[in-house]
Design a protein around this ligand. Structure first.
Ligand SMILES: [Zn+2]
Length: 159
């Protein structure tokens, strides 16, 4: 059986006046992530990991932020389209492991819903979607709540 591994990382600025979307779920917070799309840093990192596993470039190649079609787009649509590309290449997701780096808010209450949302988009079970979270102990731009970061690793298997 043939397997491929991929990794992705993404960053967004946190600003007042934007909704905060993480893992396809709207998070209650006084700041939101700034971006051309809904700026869902976790879904973007997972998209890049999926693309990376099959050497298909990155999210900016497939969904350029210069294209008005992607203005404020729901990143669940981007992940769904990325998953379709993976299927077209003859691969299925085995599992995803990811980490969110943000100082606040606590995302634990939202993790189960994020797992459910992402699992449905990738045709796997919640147990196949690991979402961890860490602060940076107040260090750097994450610690100052100027931005947030996500990283993801995925394993694909040939169907
Ligand atoms: Zn992004």
């Amino acid at each position: 059986m043939s397997y491929r591994i991929g990794s992705g990382v993404d960053y967004h600025k946190l600003v007042e006046g934007r909704d905060l979307w993480l893992g396809g779920v709207k998070i209650s917070h006084h700041k939101g992530a700034l971006g051309h799309s809904d700026a869902d840093v976790l879904l973007h990192a997972i998209c890049d990991a999926l693309l990376g596993a099959l050497c298909l470039g990155d999210i900016g190649v497939h969904f350029p932020d210069t294209d008005a079609a992607y203005k404020n787009i729901d990143s669940k649509i981007l992940l769904k389209r990325t998953a379709a590309m993976i299927a077209m290449e003859g691969y299925a997701v085995v599992n995803v492991d990811s980490t969110l780096s943000l100082q606040s808010p606590k995302i634990k209450p939202y993790v189960a819903q994020m797992q459910k949302t992402i699992a449905a988009l990738l045709a796997v079970t919640e147990k196949d979607i690991s979402i961890k979270a860490t602060t940076t102990e107040q260090l750097g731009f994450v610690g100052r709540e100027e931005g947030l970061m996500a990283s993801a690793t995925v394993l694909l298997r040939k169907i």
